[in-house]
Design a protein around this ligand. Structure first.
Ligand SMILES: Cc1cc2nc3c(=O)[nH]c(=O)nc-3n(C[C@H](O)[C@H](O)[C@H](O)COP(=O)(O)OP(=O)(O)OC[C@H]3O[C@@H](n4cnc5c(N)ncnc54)[C@H](O)[C@@H]3O)c2cc1C
Length: 321
């Protein structure tokens, strides 16, 4: 491990300045410290961002919930109003890792976490995500990998919050240089869809400040997942459905799958197939068919398709209440 400096930033502007010299933002450290210990990251400076003002709060406004980047997953999972207004998000936070990890891991760190692919995490393997020329999961051990991707890397986005926030149509406010910009979740991950080295779309000096989640009257949502273990494990596949029920019919519904692509996976036609329909298993199955239409089930990944179909049914029917 290389020697590095450690600084605590007091403003977002200074955090961005400080990280420019081969630095990395440090929040809970659950992901980043593992990368440093495993020899995958060699920052010259760790910029602790947890002291940034206004980033550890959840604020409930009339039409949105604003969640600071340094809110812990445990705080989000246990927040009474978040649980009531955004159940899928609270459930997704509650499903991360273990209680100890949720006490430490943050919203920003969870969204910006790096690939968990076992080839990427092995220090001696120079895979395409580290600038090499091959994805070793292709033709190798790929049971935890993607059903969909546009680039050579098969590793999926496994952030629980990403899939929930995608279905909830959230926006992420990011410090970019001296300005702030607002990104949709699709924009936050779009680079990972086409560029094998990218985990998300943020440059090394772009800092997540907060997440803004719209809340409409009567909005409902549900997060479901299947994992090999109930605790301390990532989902094999997860699914979030979010929308409203008016007169027994679904309105404005979005369904997103997690752990099946380098981005939270949504398909417009699948959402459209549910519009104005009842939240039944039959209608959910039709949406799942559209969601999974372009899946490429490689050697060991095909088992994710029936799991995804089952989870779409569970999440959509859960909206019935
Ligand atoms: C055994 C195990 C099981 C896990 N299970 C799950 C799971 O089921 N679901 C799941 O979603 N995750 C899971 N995780 C991952 C874990 O949730 C994340 O590692 C954690 O949430 C990261 O948060 P952190 O605050 O510790 O991030 P850090 O480790 O501090 O940072 C992670 C990355 O984000 C960057 N970063 C941090 N804050 C910001 C910011 N504000 N703006 C921009 N970049 C930032 C850092 O530079 C780093 O690259 C698991 C991890 C382990 C080890």
């Amino acid at each position: 491990m290389n020697a590095f400096s450690y600084v605590t930033a007091q403003t977002a502007g200074s955090a961005v300045e400080l990280v420019r010299e081969r630095g990395r933002f440090l929040a809970g450290g659950m992901d980043l410290l593992g990368e440093i210990k495993d020899g995958l990251a060699e920052p010259a400076v760790l910029v602790n961002v947890k002291a940034l003002p206004g980033t550890r709060e959840i604020v409930v406004a009339k039409d949105k919930v604003v969640i600071g980047a340094n809110v812990t997953l445990a705080t989000l999972a246990e927040h009474a109003e978040a649980k009531k207004l955004l159940p899928a998000l609270a459930q997704a936070a509650d499903a991360v890792g273990s209680p100890q990890m949720r006490n430490v891991g943050t919203v920003g760190g969870n969204l910006a976490q790096h690939s968990r692919c076992w080839y990427y995490r092995q220090r001696d393997v120079r895979c395409v995500k580290k600038g090499g020329s091959r994805c070793f999961a292709r033709g190798g051990e790929n049971k935890y990998h993607s059903l969909f991707t546009k680039n050579m890397c098969l590793s999926p986005c496994v952030s629980n919050l990403a899939v929930a926030l995608s279905a909830l149509d959230a926006a992420v406010v990011v410090q970019r240089g001296a300005k702030t910009v607002t990104l949709a979740i699709a924009q936050l991950y779009e680079r990972a869809w086409s560029e094998p080295k990218a985990h998300h779309s943020l440059a090394a000096d772009e800092l997540i400040l907060r997440v803004e989640v719209p809340v409409a009257a009567g909005a409902r949502s549900a997060y479901v997942r299947i994992a090999e273990k109930n605790e301390f494990d990532w989902a094999l596949v997860s699914c979030v459905a979010a929308g409203r029920i008016e007169g027994g019919k679904l309105r404005g519904v979005r369904v997103a799958l997690g752990s099946v692509a380098p981005i939270p996976w949504q398909v417009k036609e699948a959402n459209a197939a549910l519009e104005g329909r009842e939240p039944t298993a039959e209608n959910a199955a039709k949406a799942a068919e559209r969601l999974l239409k372009d899946a490429e089930p490689r050697e060991q990944i095909g088992y994710k398709i029936p799991i995804a179909q089952a989870l779409v049914k569970r999440a959509v029917t859960a909206l019935a209440g």
